[in-house]
Design a protein around this ligand. Structure first.
Ligand code: MN
Length: 735
C-alpha cells in the first residue's frame, strides 16, 4: 500500500468522525482494507490505482450523511462485479446489510440503458423499483457522481453515452429525491460534455461580468445583513450566481442570450425558525421592490420532493432582478441532501427498515402537490415507487402493472384469450393463488386450458387493472346475455325496493326513459344485461332514478305553488348566469370585473357599475366609490347584482385585501403569515411598512371563498397578540 492511498483513508475517516461521531471507524477501515486488497493491481483509465474511486465514492456518501453500513458498501461497491471478493465474503465480514447494499448497487449497474427517448421514463422507474433499499440508490448516485467527475478520461463516444444517461436518469432521480447538490453537479458535468460550446459560452459570459455580479451581490448581502442585524435576527446569508445548467436551460427555453436572462443571481438567507423566515421576507420586501407573482411559499406548501423555502424575486440596483430564498437550517439541509438528510436524522433512532424509508418517501410524494413540479410529475408520474410493479414473463419480457396486480391482471395484460383460458399461475416456478399480489422481479407463468371456459365473476373483484376488468366484462357481455338480463333485473329490483324507488321507477315511463337515455341504453333489457355483467354499477342507476323521481316530485310541488302565486304580480327580472359568479340584472353573460377599491367577495352586498368598454365593475354597496344620488348623471349606469349561489358552492376563490394595524411590526408579520398558512389561504400579495411611534401596517391580498371564511380569518387575526385592528380595504381611489 503506497502513501497517498493511506492518506486517503485517513482523511476519509477524519471526515466520518466530524460528520458522525457514533460511526464505526473500525468497520470502515476494515472495509477499506478489503477493497484495497481486492482491487490490488487494478488501475482506472487515468492511470490511478483503482481504490481511489471507491474511497472517493465513500467520501461523497459521508457528505450525504449516510450510516456506517452505507460507507462500507461504498468502499466495497465494485468488489462483487470486478474482483474475486464476493457476496459471501462481504456478508461474513461485514454483515448481511452491507452485503445486500453492495449487491443492490451491483445489480443497478447491470441495467442496460438504451438511447431511445421513450425508454428513459421506464428506466428511471425500473431503477427505482429494483432498489429495495433507498440507500442503494444513494450509493449508486455517489458512484455515478464520482464517475462523472472523471468522464474526461473515457473515450469520446463513451463520454457522450454516459453523460446522456446521467442527464436522463441519474440527475432526475437525484432531483426526485430532493438532492439538489448532487443533481446540480451531475447536470453541470454532463452539460460540459453534451454541449461543450454552449457550456463555455455561459462560463465566458459569467466570467466577463463576474466583477459586476460580485459587486452587486456584495452590496445586496451587506444591505440585507445590516437590516437583519438591526432587527436582531440571527442569520447567515450567501449570494451566488446560479449554476450553469439552470442558466443554460433558461436560455434554451426562452430563446435568449445570457445577457437577456432574467435572474442569474440568487441570494440565500438561512435563519433559525419558521417565524424568522417570514420576518426576513418582510424586511426584504421593505428593502427591494418585489416582482408581482414571483412570491412562492414552499414552507406552507412544500414541493413534492420535500423542498421547503420562501422564494421571492425582487428588483435590485440598476433594475437587475434577483431571487431570494429564505429558509431554516433544517430546511436547507433537506434542500441540499434531500432524502439523505432525512436518513441522517433517522439514524439516531434504531435501524430503520427499508420498507419504512420507502413508505416515507411515498407519503411525501402523495401528500404534496406543486404546480411548478407538474412537468416533472408528468414525465415520471407519481407512481414512481411502490405504485408499480415490474414482472417478467417466462420468456423474460418485462410487464409493468400497478402495485397489487394479480396473476389475472398479468394474464389479461398478455392477451384476453390468455385471461379467458386461465386456470392458474406459477410465480417463480411455484403454483400460487390467482389472487396473490405480484412483486417486483417475479417471473410469472400463466397456466391455461385448451378450451375457453371464461373468467369467473369473482375475478372482477380481484383484478387491479382496468384493462383486465374491461376484458372480463366484455366476455360476460358477449357470452351470456340471457343470464345477465335475468340477474341484472333481479339485482336492480332488489335495490329499487331497498331505496323505496320501485314504484317511482316502474310507474313512470318518463323516469325509465330518462334513465335509459342518461346511460345511452336502447331498451330496458340492455340496461339489465349491463348491470348483470357489471358494465354499469347499480349505484349509478339508482342515483339517476333517485334524481328523476325527486325531480318529478318537485316539479309537481312547484306547479302547485305557481298556481297559488299567479295571483300576485311578480317583479320582472331577467337575469342570467355569469361565469364570474355574479348575476347582473338585465344583462346576459356580460364581462364582469371586481373593483380593486373594495375587493368584494361572495356574501357581500354588491352593486354593479357599467363602465365604458370594460363591462360591469362590481363594488360592495358600502364602498366609498358607490355614490348614487339624484343629481348623479351616471345614475342609470348603476345596476343591481347578486352572487350566483351555485358558484359559491363550487368553492371558487376571490381575492380581497386586508389591512392589519399592528403595535410594532417586528415578529408580528411572521405570526400573521404563519396564521394565514395554517388557515390554508393563498397569499397573493404582501407588503408591510413601519409607521411612527413604533406602529406598523401590513397589507395582504388573499384568496377566499367568501365572507364566511374571511370573517373567520379576520377574527383569528384580531386575536393575534400585537394586532390592533384588521379591516377590509375600501378607501382606495381606484374605480
Ligand atoms: Mn464504481
Amino acid at each position: 500500500m503506497s502513501a497517498p492511498m493511506k492518506n486517503n483513508i485517513d482523511f476519509l475517516l477524519e471526515c466520518v468522525q466530524a460528520q458522525n461521531p457514533s460511526a464505526n471507524l473500525k468497520k470502515i477501515r476494515a472495509a477499506y482494507e478489503c477493497a484495497a486488497a481486492a482491487h490490488e493491481g487494478q488501475k482506472r483509465r487515468n492511470g490511478e490505482p483503482y481504490i481511489i474511486h471507491p474511497v472517493a465514492v465513500a467520501k461523497i456518501i459521508v457528505e450525504m450523511g449516510l450510516d456506517t453500513d452505507s460507507i462500507c458498501a461504498g468502499l466495497l461497491h465494485d468488489c462483487i462485479e470486478d474482483t474475486e471478493f464476493g457476496y459471501r465474503e462481504i456478508e461474513n465480514k461485514f454483515g448481511t446489510s452491507v452485503a445486500e447494499l453492495v449487491d443492490g448497487v451491483t445489480r443497478l449497474g447491470m441495467l442496460r440503458y438504451s438511447k431511445e427517448q421513450e425508454q428513459f421514463e421506464d428506466l428511471r422507474k425500473m431503477f427505482m423499483a429494483m432498489a429495495k433499499d433507498i440507500r442503494v440508490i444513494l450509493i449508486k448516485l455517489a458512484d455515478r457522481l464520482h464517475n462523472a467527475r472523471t468522464f474526461q478520461f473515457l473515450p469520446e463516444r463513451k463520454q457522450r453515452d454516459k453523460a446522456l444517461e446521467t442527464m436522463e436518469i441519474y440527475a432526475p432521480i437525484a432531483h426526485r429525491l430532493g438532492m439538489s447538490r448532487i443533481k446540480w453537479e451531475l447536470e453541470d458535468l454532463c452539460l460540459q460534455i453534451l454541449d461543450p460550446i454552449g457550456y463555455q459560452e455561459i462560463v465566458d459570459g459569467l466570467e466577463k461580468e463576474s466583477e459586476r455580479y460580485e459587486e452587486f451581490l456584495d452590496h445586496i448581502k451587506e444591505r440585507i445583513t445590516s437590516k437583519l442585524d438591526e432587527a436582531h435576527i440571527t442569520h447567515s446569508i450567501s449570494a451566488r450566481v446560479k449554476h450553469i445548467y439552470s442558466i443554460y436551460r433558461k436560455m434554451y427555453a426562452q430563446h435568449k442570450t445570457i445577457n437577456e436572462i432574467y435572474d442569474i443571481c440568487a441570494v440565500r438567507v438561512i435563519v433559525e425558525d419558521v417565524a424568522d423566515c417570514y420576518n426576513v421576507l418582510g424586511y426584504v420586501h421593505d428593502l427591494y421592490k418585489p416582482i408581482p407573482g414571483r412570491f412562492k411559499d414552499y414552507i406552507s406548501t412544500p414541493k413534492p420532493n420535500g423542498y421547503q423555502s420562501l422564494h421571492t424575486t425582487v428588483i435590485g440596483r440598476e433594475g437587475i432582478p434577483f431571487e431570494i430564498q429564505i429558509r431554516t437550517g433544517e430546511m436547507h439541509k433537506m434542500a441540499e441532501y434531500g432524502v439523505a438528510a432525512h436518513w441522517k436524522y433517522k439514524q439516531g433512532l434504531d435501524r430503520v427498515g427499508n420498507e419504512e424509508a420507502f413508505s416515507w418517501i411515498r407519503q411525501l410524494l402523495e401528500a404534496q402537490q406543486d404546480t411548478e413540479a407538474e412537468d416533472f410529475i408528468k414525465a415520471i408520474k407519481v407512481e414512481l415507487f411502490a405504485d408499480e410493479v415490474f414482472v417478467f414473463t417466462p420468456k423474460g419480457d418485462v410487464i409493468n402493472m400497478p402495485a397489487g396486480a394479480t396473476p389475472i391482471d398479468m394474464a389479461y395484460a398478455i392477451h384476453s384469450a390468455v385471461g379467458n383460458r386461465m386456470t392458474g399461475a406459477k410465480v417463480n416456478g411455484r403454483i400460487v393463488q390467482i389472487d396473490s399480489h405480484l412483486k417486483n422481479g417475479d417471473i410469472v407463468e400463466i397456466l391455461t386450458s385448451k378450451e375457453t371456459h371464461g373468467p369467473s365473476r369473482d375475478w372482477l373483484k380481484i383484478v387491479r387493472t382496468t384493462e383486465a376488468r374491461n376484458k372480463i366484462k366484455q366476455w360476460f357481455k358477449k357470452e351470456c346475455r340471457e343470464e345477465n338480463i335475468i340477474k341484472g333485473k333481479e339485482d336492480l329490483d332488489r335495490e329499487l325496493r331497498a331505496n323505496l324507488l320501485y314504484n317511482g321507477f316502474y310507474e313512470n315511463e318518463e323516469v325509465i326513459q330518462n334513465t335509459l337515455n342518461k346511460f345511452s341504453f336502447q331498451n330496458i333489457d340492455e340496461m339489465y344485461a349491463a348491470i348483470g355483467y357489471g358494465g354499469i354499477t347499480i349505484t349509478k342507476v339508482i342515483n339517476k332514478v333517485k334524481d328523476e323521481v325527486g325531480r318529478i316530485r318537485r316539479a309537481a310541488e312547484r306547479a302547485e305553488k305557481t298556481e297559488q302565486m299567479l295571483a300576485q304580480p311578480q317583479p320582472e327580472k331577467k337575469s342570467r348566469r355569469s361565469q364570474s359568479g355574479v348575476i347582473v340584472e338585465g344583462i346576459d353573460n356580460c364581462l364582469v370585473k371586481f373593483a380593486r377599491c373594495c375587493t368584494p367577495i361572495p356574501g357581500d352586498d354588491i352593486i354593479g357599475f357599467i363602465t365604458r368598454g370594460y363591462g360591469v365593475s362590481i363594488h360592495r354597496r358600502d364602498c366609498v366609490n358607490v355614490r348614487i344620488n339624484e343629481e348623479d348623471k351616471d345614475r342609470s349606469r348603476w345596476v343591481n347584482c347578486w352572487w350566483d349561489e351555485d358558484l359559491i358552492e363550487r368553492n371558487n376563490k376571490f381575492s380581497t385585501a386586508l389591512q392589519i394595524s399592528t403595535r410594532s411590526r417586528t415578529g408580528i408579520l411572521a405570526e400573521v403569515m404563519v396564521l394565514l398558512a395554517q388557515t390554508k389561504v393563498n397569499v397573493r400579495d404582501l407588503s408591510a411598512r413601519d409607521l411612527e411611534d413604533g406602529y406598523g401596517v401590513i397589507n395582504v391580498v388573499i384568496d377566499v371563498t367568501g365572507v364566511r371564511q374571511l370573517k373567520h380569518i379576520m377574527t383569528r387575526l384580531k386575536n393575534t397578540k400585537g394586532v390592533l385592528d384588521v379591516a377590509r380595504i375600501s378607501n382606495d381611489a381606484a374605480h
